[in-house]
Design a protein around this ligand. Structure first.
Ligand code: SF4
Ligand code: SF4
Length: 362
């Protein structure tokens, strides 16, 4: 059986607010049956509050409609993320007054209210789940869909695995990144590797050691190929470990909730190259697509990726000077990592099915 993904596109027939996306969100929530399941429950709504001068995080109007819906159906909800205080969500309109529900630091005021679950995947050992998310009866993940340097795609999985946990857990997941190894004994410091990288991903530090920022690195291997001495080689670690780590972390967080107590909403507008944590908004990579919701995480992530098409690329969404790859998904061409590998790991962890069907909600 195919998993259902509720989908509202951007198209409208008349200048009528009822045909625009916020109203379509209300109708999707009704259609999806969320109202029946949130009654008498405490509902954590995981968002990304963004930072600095970014303006592409979820507009408050959508969050206000969601909070009102939950409350009308007898639920008690709050919005949550990490580093709330320092990222100033009120600068992007995220206040209790504008949203109709409080915006809470997921791990408590001091960021130390956590529940630790042990995992065992290479160097990834601890999932410290933010206490207020753990303690809720119901989780709604509300994600703004965009690209991501480390894993190509930032949607629901990224919002949960990097956003519902502690710094230690984020660090351990990032520790899974890799792919290049440098041999100091072979290096003649010609700098050809740095000059060959058009992603500004590599450099030599104060001690003249080669360093790679795997967030920016697309594993294009240009540095490796220009090196005259073979000082740079590939390792067996790669972005795949990072993708798997994200899926494992997501599963561990979602295990705190019964399957009927998890709901996913993906907003596909302002789809930028990088994550909202960069504190900036660059031009959209593709025209706005719309809004999706589902009870199936794997289905909604697959459907979101499927709708972001290379053929629709707006060249202004990509920094000038970046050389795009020539195969695969738009995000793979941009970030050098196949975003669908994340989907495979989600299925491996029984987090749903990539086989989905749309139910259109206009
Ligand atoms: S693999 Fe490509 S992106 Fe990564 S450091 Fe080397 S040249 Fe830069
Ligand atoms: S290209 Fe090779 S030899 Fe030249 S600086 Fe880079 S690692 Fe060293």
């Amino acid at each position: 059986m195919l998993s259902k993904v509720y989908f509202s596109g951007m198209a409208y027939a008349a200048y009528d607010a009822n045909q625009t996306l916020p109203r379509k969100l209300g109708r999707q929530l009704e259609k999806g049956g969320l109202g029946d399941r949130v009654k008498d429950k405490t509902v954590a709504i995981k968002i990304h509050v963004g930072s600095e001068i970014g303006y592409s995080t979820i507009p408050p109007v959508f969050m206000r409609i969601l909070a009102a819906f939950v409350k009308e159906h007898g639920g008690n909800c709050f919005f949550t993320d990490h580093y709330i205080a320092s990222r100033r969500p009120e600068h992007r309109g995220y206040t209790q007054e504008s949203l109709g529900a409080p915006v809470l630091e997921a791990a408590g005021y001091l960021g130390k209210y956590l529940y630790t679950k042990d995992v065992d995947f290479k160097g990834f050992k601890h999932v410290d789940i933010a206490g207020h998310i753990h303690d809720a009866d119901f989780l709604i993940d509300f994600s703004h869909v965009k690209g991501h340097g480390c894993c190509a795609y930032g949607g629901a999985v990224k919002n949960i695995s990097m956003g519902c946990v502690s710094d230690r857990t984020r660090r351990e997941q990032h520790g899974l990144e890799g792919g290049l190894k440098w041999d100091a004994a072979k290096c003649v410091h010609c700098n050809a590797c740095v000059e060959a990288c058009n992603h500004l991903a590599n450099s030599f530090n104060d001690k003249n050691e080669y360093e790679v920022n795997f967030h920016n690195c697309t594993l294009c291997q240009h540095c490796l190929k220009v090196c005259p001495t073979g000082a740079i080689t590939l390792t067996d670690a790669s972005y795949l470990d990072f993708q798997k780590g994200l899926a494992l972390c997501t599963k561990t967080v979602l295990d705190c909730f019964e399957p009927e107590n998890r709901f996913f909403i993906n907003l596909l507008i302002n789809i930028t190259a990088m994550c909202d944590c960069w504190g900036m908004t660059t031009p959209s990579l593709v025209p706005d697509i719309g809004l999706m919701s589902s009870w199936d995480l794997t289905a909604i992530e697959t459907a979101s990726l499927d709708q972001i098409k290379w053929e629709k690329l707006n060249p202004e969404g990509v920094p000038s000077g970046i050389t795009m790859g020539n195969k695969g998904h738009l995000f793979e061409r941009l970030h050098g990592k196949d975003p669908y590998t994340q989907i495979g790991y989600l299925e491996e962890y029984n987090l749903g099915s990539k086989e989905y069907e749309f139910e259109k909600v206009d």
